[in-house]
Write a protein that binds this ligand. Structure first.
Ligand code: COD
Length: 163
């Protein structure tokens, strides 16, 4: 039986912290579904197609064959898991604050359908990296090289100074 994991997030935009978690999830499970969850009433910084494109191009070819990227709007994570046939959610943890935020969601999801959440310790090199912090740094002209894929860095720079 195929073991499938869901890696949910906003991915607005994908960071190298996300990439690290996706690659490690792909090493543990047969298939990984990257679920780009978005709120239909909020537009976000990047559009859904753009976010998906950034994720696609951030993954090495060897791994991409076992990774599916799908967008979901206004859905519970547990319903997404059921729809794609995944028995586990994989999430990276950046530290105690992430854990405090993630634990009730993991327990709630298990309560709802029995889906388990597996936490991977985030790579120390990316512990300070989040989409929102990277966006803020880039917005004011800071260098986010090495924290996001180069393409994302350039897209963030273009938001600042549209040509
Ligand atoms: N290192 C390690 N892990 C990281 C890093 C990093 N540097 N950066 C991000 N991550 C991991 C985190 O585990 C995070 O959970 C995940 O990547 C996604 O991060 P984001 O910022 O893209 O996504 P969020 O936090 O905005 O996404 C939250 C969800 C969309 C997953 C959540 O809100 C959700 O499940 N929503 C669906 C609705 C639902 O079911 N609600 C009830 C929940 S009980």
């Amino acid at each position: 039986q195929i073991r499938r994991a869901v890696c949910p997030g906003s991915y607005d935009p994908i960071t190298l912290g996300h990439v690290d978690v996706l690659l490690r999830a792909a090493a543990l499970y047969d298939e990984v579904v990257v679920a780009v969850l978005h709120n239909p009433s909020k537009s976000g910084t990047f559009g859904i197609d753009e976010r998906i494109g950034f994720i696609e191009r951030a993954l090495p070819e060897a791994v991409a064959a076992r990774v599916r990227i799908e967008a979901f709007a206004g859905r519970l994570l547990v319903d997404v898991c059921r729809d794609v046939g995944a028995e586990v959610v994989v999430k990276g943890l950046r530290g105690g604050t992430d854990y405090a935020y993630e634990l009730p969601m993991a327990l709630m999801n298990r309560h709802l359908t029995g889906v388990e959440t597996v936490f991977l310790p985030g790579a120390p090199a990316f512990e300070h990296v989040s989409s929102s912090l990277v966006k803020e740094v880039a917005r004011f002209g800071g260098d986010v090289s090495g924290l996001v894929p180069d393409e994302v860095r350039d897209a963030l720079a273009a938001l600042r100074s549209p040509s």
